[in-house]
Design a protein around this ligand. Structure first.
Ligand code: KIV
Ligand code: ZN
Length: 555
């Protein structure tokens, strides 16, 4: 052995050539179970306090999670206290089931029964490790040994449940063959079947069989084969709900859960933003929103994802990565010019076509579905293109004509290169104002009036050029034409008119007109100007002077 990779034993997939899961689709959500307050809490540097756990519990309830693992009450005083606070404080809605975890050990099982007294709906979750590796290096036992541990625990739990059930508690059982992913599949089937029999599970009183990738050790497709195989082989399959509990060691927890669902699983245990031991558990948010974007209602409400994220960050003291799917700061942001352009076109297409479908490139989800804005979708740095700067101006109400995009894009790019970092939207607006709207020198319109003469518009006005004030007048087909006639013979008339666009823009309670003017100078070079005024006839004239001033100042 001379390479460090040679010391690893590669995963040996099972043979399942007639697998059916690749042809399946996810058409309904699984039963969701949150393990934030257990697996998630266990993995924190500073575990949550009772108050923090309560806050997170209420957040999970608000999201719509109906099964919530609330801890390991036999293992820690805080978890016991928290469970009692939940029950005694009446925090558990009637349609929410709490889940408690316990190792398959007698004294811990007994203590767990004490902890759940008074709860209405409970899942009693017990586990023991079954993998080849754990049997060999941790427990020094064979399959018969670990099966005995599970079966003895199942019998004890069944027996101790009777008074609680008689007292009206809705009590269900869950068994996890911990390290399922490293257990021989036939052994996993046998131990789970033995547990079903010991618990006396039936079709109307099913056990939850939770099949964890305690440590993710294989490709998601191999895992899906295992799930399909397990389900086919389990004799009392109809007495069980098949649950997944993926961890994320290979970074494929979401794919493992999704393919596991295709393979027949019906329930998933997950955590918000993938919190949990080591690389974490599978991320509930990503799983649910992936379904949402495939047209499947997940049954969970992430319409205020930023609030969920803030609560999560506050109570766990963990940080959500800026690139975290759906929730990260940067996931609805495009810096690249071509992406910005395509997004702007998609937004325009949606507006014009009234398409009932979400058809915007580079945005797999409508940010509004998770309570986020369009505004920061396009942000400006040196990678950004001409369309991006124009898109940012849209959020301030300016609809630049296409012909202006390259020129303004260039102005913005020069500035991003100068400052060497991202330009906030307000800075882009400032550039627009200072380059166009504030281009009011050397030519300035001091006074003006329009009239009507034989159906033609007349213009007379007072202009200033530096220290010289002069009068002009003229007539034309419209205000712009009349103004151009009026300045004929002045130095300004070396420009020809190409095009203009005007629209209203709301300013507080007032409405302003903004006019974009496109001229050409004598050399045939494009010149743009922008005028803004409460008067729709005046805005284009200011725009013409802005264009002329910009050209004169450039010469
Ligand atoms: O990851 C795991 O195997 C667990 C079990 C206790 C279900 O958390
Ligand atoms: Zn786990």
């Amino acid at each position: 052995m001379n390479k460090s990779c040679e010391k690893y034993i590669p995963f040996e997939p099972i043979s399942l050539p007639d697998r059916t899961w690749p042809n399946k689709r996810i058409t309904a959500p699984p039963v969701w179970c949150s393990v934030d307050l257990r697996d998630g809490n266990q993995a924190l540097i500073d575990p949550m306090s009772v108050a923090e756990k309560l806050e997170l519990f209420h957040t999970l309830v608000d999201i719509g999670v109906k099964e919530i693992e609330v801890g390991f009450p036999s293992a820690s005083e805080t978890e016991y206290e928290f469970l009692r606070a939940l029950i005694d404080g009446g925090h558990i809605p009637d349609d929410v089931t709490i889940q408690v975890l316990v190792q398959a050990r007698e004294h811990l099982i007994k203590k767990t029964f004490e902890a759940i007294e008074g709860a209405k709906h409970v899942i009693f979750h017990f586990y023991n490790s079954t993998s080849t590796l754990q049997r060999k290096v941790v427990f020094h036992t064979d399959m018969a040994g670990v099966t005995k541990i599970a079966v003895d625990a199942a019998k004890l739990i069944r027996e101790l449940s009777q008074p609680a059930i008689a007292g009206g508690m809705d009590l269900r059982y869950e068994y996890s063959p911990e390290s399922f992913m490293g257990t021989e599949m036939d052994n996993a089937v046998d131990i789970c079947q033995a547990v079903i029999e010991a618990l006396g599970s039936t079709r109307s009183n099913k056990v939850i069989l939770n099949l964890p990738t305690t440590v993710e050790n294989c490709l998601p497709n191999y895992f899906a084969d295992e799930i399909e195989y397990f389900i086919r082989k389990l004799p009392s399959r109809d007495c069980a709900v098949i649950s997944l509990h993926p961890h994320n060691d290979r970074g494929t927890g979401v794919a493992t859960a999704e393919l596991g669902l295709l393979a027949g699983a019906e329930r998933v245990e997950a955590t918000l933003f993938g919190n949990g031991e080591r690389t974490g558990n599978v991320d509930l948010v990503t799983l649910a929103l992936n379904m949402h974007t495939q047209g499947v209602d997940s049954g969970l409400d992430f319409s205020r994802i930023t609030d969920v994220r803030h609560t999560y960050e506050k109570v766990t003291k963990m940080k959500v990565d800026p690139r975290q799917p759906y929730a990260g700061d940067l996931v609805f942001t495009a810096f690249s010019g071509s992406h910005q352009d395509a997004i702007s076109k998609g937004v325009a297409y949606m507006k014009e076509s009234h398409s009932p479908f979400w058809e915007i490139p580079y945005l797999p989800i409508d940010p509004a579905d998770v309570g986020r804005d369009y505004e920061p979708i396009i942000r400006i740095n040196s990678q950004s293109g001409k369309g991006g700067a124009a898109f940012v101006l849209q959020s301030f109400g300016y609809e630049l004509p296409k012909a202006m995009h390259p020129e303004f894009g260039h102005i913005v790019q020069v500035e991003t290169d100068r400052v060497g970092k991202e330009l906030p939207a307000e800075h882009v607006l400032e550039l627009f104002k200072s380059h166009y709207i504030d281009a009011t020198h050397p030519y300035e319109l001091l006074a003006h009036s329009f009239g009507d003469e034989n159906g033609r518009v007349t213009f007379s006005g007072t202009l200033r050029h530096k220290d010289t004030v002069f009068q002009v007048s003229g007539a034309g087909n419209g205000p712009i034409d009349a103004f151009f006639t009026a300045i004929h013979g002045q130095k300004m008339d070396r420009f020809t008119f190409v095009d203009y666009k005007e629209h209203a823009i709301a300013r507080g309670s007032d409405s302003m007109a903004v006019a974009y003017i496109h001229l050409k100078d004598q050399a045939g070079k494009d010149v743009f100007g922008v005028g803004i005024s409460p008067n729709i006839n005046l805005a284009p004239l200011k725009g013409i002077l802005s264009a002329i001033n910009r050209s004169v100042n450039r010469d």
